[in-house]
Design a protein around this ligand. Sequence first.
Ligand SMILES: [Zn+2]
Length: 150
Amino acid sequence: MKYGVIICPKCGMARGVESRRKTTKCQCGRKIKLGRIKYQFTTDSPIELARAVAEANAKIRSGGAATSSRRRVRQDSYSKIVERARPVKGSLERLHEVAKALTELRSEFDVEDLRKIASKLGNAPPEKILARLVEHNLVYEVRDGKYRAV
Ligand SMILES: [Zn+2]
């Protein structure tokens, strides 16, 4: 195998590396020694490598492969968003604030993110919130089920 997918120990994101190399530098700035690290996936095909990295990062971003400590951080972030949105007057404006905060935090969000926040704000079902935001052109769909605030 020529290439492998690794998970950066600092930022937790996946990246592709040439397996003959001894070190690599992550986007977050961390220098990673490849000798000690476990490959998540190996391949000889650069196309397969790119696909595997994209899939791994999509999974990580959606929380699928998140460790318990990462999950805790995310819960804290949700609480912060709720605190930030709660004083905003008008339910639509408040929901827009939530959407903006989620976009800042994660660059895009989905209905599951809204669900966690909606329960704290005591609002309508997340599907309804999302529909309302889309209807008012306050968020738009970036790709399948992923949204960004305007
Ligand atoms: Zn990193």
